[in-house]
Design a protein around this ligand. Structure first.
Ligand SMILES: *[C@@H]1O[C@H](CO)[C@@H](O)[C@H](O)[C@H]1NC(C)=O
Ligand SMILES: *[C@@H]1O[C@H](CO)[C@@H](O)[C@H](O)[C@H]1NC(C)=O
Ligand SMILES: *[C@@H]1O[C@H](CO)[C@@H](O)[C@H](O)[C@H]1NC(C)=O
Ligand SMILES: *[C@@H]1O[C@H](CO)[C@@H](O)[C@H](O)[C@H]1NC(C)=O
Ligand SMILES: *[C@@H]1O[C@H](CO)[C@@H](O)[C@H](O)[C@H]1NC(C)=O
Ligand SMILES: *[C@@H]1O[C@H](CO)[C@@H](O)[C@H](O)[C@H]1NC(C)=O
Ligand SMILES: *[C@@H]1O[C@H](CO)[C@@H](O)[C@H](O)[C@H]1NC(C)=O
Ligand SMILES: *[C@@H]1O[C@H](CO)[C@@H](O)[C@H](O)[C@H]1NC(C)=O
Ligand SMILES: *[C@@H]1O[C@H](CO)[C@@H](O)[C@H](O)[C@H]1NC(C)=O
Length: 806
């Protein structure tokens, strides 16, 4: 008897929930959903209902994250929008899920062949909308939304082929952010015998994962087993990919964006912002066929493209100006004669499977002879690298989209066929070499001794030396640079920093460059110099200043950068007249640019780099006023899982350094985030953090901004910036994010990834900032530390400032 009231109550509650606040997860045959009502999955993760994206006037049924309604992961009627919000989603008389418009016309239907009257639809916690038989608790669904992917791959969802039906499920981008109908970007598994993922714009390939080699896709590093469980099923019945987060606290999705990006986002449960874990524009070598036919992309080299050994550029002139599209051709054509050999190219992403032959049952010993036998076979590789390798993959025709991996996480090699003449050529040069080497041996020994003596003397004199073996960078000779800078004339001087002077130069080609000449007596600067060269040479991002080369001759040590005609950010924002030149739109672009550049340094570049001296004078502006971060002299790269480093030598500029760095010498990516926050507030207020004064109080800019923000007067921080009025909320968002970045405790500050997301997303709710660093300590810190001032020429191109902790 006791059961009855409880049951009754439950039913009542269910009814109330479903009919009243629409919080149920099931839609049964008698029920409908209309605008304003939703289904919510049992664990509150996903929500289904009517939505209208962006400024569109059309209406759709979609599934989104309950916490992030702007992130729609699935759209039912992509191709058949409702004209207005009058419509209902219900279970049709035959058991199909149907969407009816205002005149009860069927706009969209699940259209399953296996329906039965009386079925019910349920939104599962995985984000899957399923149609189930009445009272069926098994997982044999009549229909499920996971079988009809939109632009998002959720954990548990399969993409790939059902080989028995020939259906290939794949992701399709939206047309644009206001229109969820299928756009022209697709991401699917191609199955030419060896499955590979291909991202396409229309029919043009833009990115490729490389073929599956038994362990992984040859163009993707080892899967991160710790975060995801990957499930690759490649057999004679089906061929699909699926992933699941291995731990419940991580939410993840993979999306194709209409701009041609494939991105994986992750969110720690409870967090308020998504981070981009992976993007198909991870580096330049990801671009399909960037080096043309028979070229190989090496991300650590400058330029990134090379011809494969034995090949030469088809057009030298195009190649020299970095137009690689026409690729390379053989220096000596294959003639199918005796004496041909194969050259191993190690650790590669295998070329695209365009003209090829695959036999998975061949052993590796059969592969090479088989390729020899066929005069058109250009190269071969093992199709499965498990164990000692097996299977045989042969290429005919050009080899397209090869890249080299620098890490040891790739065991995939390819063997490229070489004509006998190429081998002979190599051998002959080798013989010559041996002769020359042996005849010079004596001389070398003799001179070696002399040089050794010299080096020893110089070492004693300078206390350090540059090991330039590991610098792979164009070298400029001293004469070129001397000529370019009018013999380092003072009229060419554009800046001066701690370690040297920066000159403007014009090369004989007319190209303008900035030359940083290290002072000869700054023995201390040499290590920084070396750091900078090695680090910057490996980095490429459009918001980082590009290093064109270096010059090391005699005592001279110089870095040659691209020239930035618009000097640096401080030149504009701290100047009464020039500040009007930067409109808000431009400033916001600059802010986004800096944040992306910094994000790249922190996370996306292969080395993880902390800048350590981020400040307005290190943000250079190109001719279009795009921001470029400069001066990595103080940066330190640090390995994989180290996130915090303690240093005895505090290097940086006052006003930008975080408390934990100044006080304890601890730096981490979060100390850069602090400096970024200061930058943000300076850009908004046109005021320097250091030396800031306000009649109402004695705080610095950070304290000032925080006080005013908490008093709801944030708008008063903003200086009169041109063209500000229509974007008030954007400005306030920047202040808010700035304050989050300068919070006292490093772990309170967001990462740069979150910063980018927070700045980018207008609708996102932000947490309240806590008290900023140096809120009260100001007077003691500033009075107590001896600093080296930034030089008077603050608009220099590349500055270095330094400060020793006592
Ligand atoms: C939505 O805005 C975009 C530009 O932001 C414009 O091109 C498009 O025409 C607008 N669409 C509608 C339906 O107003
Ligand atoms: C939607 O359109 C129909 C027919 O055009 C109309 O009857 C209905 O009132 C409209 N609904 C709304 C909410 O505008
Ligand atoms: C409703 O849908 C039917 C069938 O798709 C269509 O003929 C009709 O014009 C639609 N009515 C409205 C108001 O959109
Ligand atoms: C339902 O599917 C059948 C074939 O499977 C197709 O002919 C029909 O047009 C579809 N109906 C709708 C409304 O999509
Ligand atoms: C492939 O499709 C058939 C027919 O719809 C289905 O019975 C089978 O289970 C599917 N196979 C896989 C692996 O999904
Ligand atoms: C695609 O990416 C662009 C730029 O990152 C962004 O503005 C846009 O909102 C994205 N579109 C979708 C549908 O997510
Ligand atoms: C797949 O292979 C298995 C064993 O290798 C075989 O039993 C099965 O019939 C095959 N299925 C198809 C659809 O070829
Ligand atoms: C694949 O290689 C095996 C072993 O060499 C051979 O027996 C078989 O005939 C080959 N298959 C094809 C289709 O050529
Ligand atoms: C791999 O090769 C080695 C040496 O040739 C042999 O001892 C080993 O058994 C092979 N392993 C497999 C899995 O074939």
């Amino acid at each position: 008897m006791e059961i009855f009231p409880a049951l009754f109550f439950q039913i009542l509650l269910l009814y109330l929930l479903s009919g009243f606040c629409s919080a149920a997860d099931t839609l049964s045959s008698s029920m409908t959903i209309s605008y304003g009502e939703t289904l919510v999955s049992s664990g509150q993760c996903f929500e289904l209902g009517f939505f209208s994206p962006g400024n569109s006037s059309k209406w759709y049924i979609g599934i989104w994250y309950k916490e992030f309604p702007e992130i729609v992961v699935w759209v039912a009627n992509r191709d058949h929008p409702l004209r207005n919000s009058s419509g209902v989603l219900t279970i049709g008389p035959d058991g199909d899920l149907v969407l009816l418009n205002a005149t009860t016309g069927v706009v969209w239907s699940s259209n399953s062949s296996r329906t039965e009257p009386g079925s019910a639809a349920q939104l599962l916690e995985s984000g899957n909308l399923v149609l189930k038989r009445k009272d069926d608790t098994t997982e044999s669904y009549i229909w499920q939304s996971f079988d009809f992917p939109s632009d998002t791959l959720l954990p548990g969802m399969k993409i790939g082929w059902n080989l028995s039906t020939g259906v290939n499920r794949y992701l399709t981008s939206w047309k644009d952010e206001n229109d969820p109908s299928p756009g022209d970007i697709t991401y699917r598994i191609d199955n030419p015998g060896m499955p590979q993922f291909v991202l396409r714009r229309g029919s043009e390939k833009i990115y490729r994962s490389g073929p599956w080699n038994g362990i992984r896709f040859s163009g993707i590093g080892l899967p991160l087993k710790t975060i995801f469980k990957y499930n690759h099923v490649f057999n004679n019945e089906s061929l699909y990919y699926m992933n699941e987060a291995s731990d419940n606290s991580i939410i993840t999705r993979l999306t194709v964006n209409q701009s041609g990006l494939l991105q994986r986002f992750v969110l720690n449960k409870g967090d308020f912002s998504w981070t981009t874990m992976y993007s198909s524009q991870y580096d330049q070598c990801e671009e399909y066929g960037v080096c043309g036919a028979n070229g190989i992309c090496k991300i650590s080299k400058r330029p990134i493209c090379e011809c494969l050994d034995g090949f030469v550029p088809k057009s030298r002139r195009e190649w020299d100006v970095h137009d690689w599209s026409n690729g390379c051709v053989r220096r000596n054509p294959l003639d199918c004669q005796q004496g041909e050999q194969f050259l191993k190219v190690a650790r590669v992403k295998l070329p695209d499977l365009l003209e090829f032959y695959l036999n998975k049952s061949m052993s590796i010993h059969e592969c090479q002879p088989a390729c020899f036998k066929n005069c058109y076979c250009n190269a071969y590789a093992y199709s499965d690298i498990r164990g000692n390798g097996s299977g045989c993959l042969m290429w005919f025709g050009n080899l397209i989209d090869i890249r080299e991996f620098s890490q040891e996480n790739s065991q995939q090699d390819i063997y490229v066929r070489m004509p006998a003449s190429e081998i002979y050529h190599k051998k002959k040069t080798r013989h010559k070499l041996i002769f020359v080497v042996s005849s010079l041996l004596f001389g070398i020994l003799f001179f070696g001794f002399l040089i050794w003596c010299l080096i020893q003397r110089r070492k004693r004199k300078r206390g350090s030396e540059t090991n330039d073996k590991d610098i792979e960078l164009p070298r400029f000779d001293l004469i070129t640079i001397t000529n370019a800078t009018n013999n380092f004339s003072s009229t060419n001087m554009i800046g001066e920093g701690g370690f040297g002077i920066v000159y403007k130069g014009t090369l004989s080609t007319g190209q303008e460059v900035a030359v940083k000449r290290l002072s000869k007596n700054s023995g201390q600067g040499l290590q920084e110099f070396k750091n900078e060269v090695i680090l910057i040479a490996k980095l490429q991002h459009r918001n980082l200043v590009r290093l064109l080369g270096c010059c090391l001759e005699g005592d001279e040590r110089m870095l040659i950068y691209e020239y930035m005609p618009n000097k640096s950010l401080d030149y504009f924002i701290f100047d009464q007249n020039r500040k009007a030149l930067l409109t808000w739109k431009k400033r916001f672009e600059i802010i986004m640019g800096i944040s992306r550049g910094l994000l790249y340094l922190h996370r996306d570049s292969r080395l993880r780099i902390i800048h350590r001296d981020l400040k307005t004078s290190n943000i250079l502006l190109d001719s279009d006023l795009n921001a470029k971060i400069s001066d990595f002299g103080l940066a330190r790269s640090f390995g994989g899982d180290q996130t915090e480093i303690n240093t005895k030598r505090v290097v940086g500029t006052h006003g930008y350094m975080s408390p934990e760095y100044v006080v304890d010498g601890q730096f981490s990516v979060k100390s850069d985030v602090f400096s970024f926050g200061v930058l943000l507030l300076e850009i908004v207020s046109n005021r320097k953090n250091r030396r800031f004064h306000h009649p109402e109080h004695d705080h610095n800019l950070l304290g000032h901004a925080w006080l005013f923000f908490t008093e709801g007067r944030a708008w008063e921080i903003v200086d009169d910036i041109s063209e500000l009025s229509p974007v008030e909320s954007e400005v306030l968002r920047c202040i808010h994010v700035g304050l989050l970045c300068v919070q006292k405790l490093p772990h309170d500050r967001p990462t740069m990834a979150s910063v980018v997301v927070m700045l980018d997303n207008k609708g996102m709710a932000l947490p309240r900032p806590k008290e900023p660093g140096f809120f009260v300590e100001r007077s003691c810190i500033e009075a107590d530390m001896s600093t080296s001032e930034e030089s008077g020429l603050t608009h220099n191109v590349v500055t270095m400032s330094e400060l020793e902790a006592r």
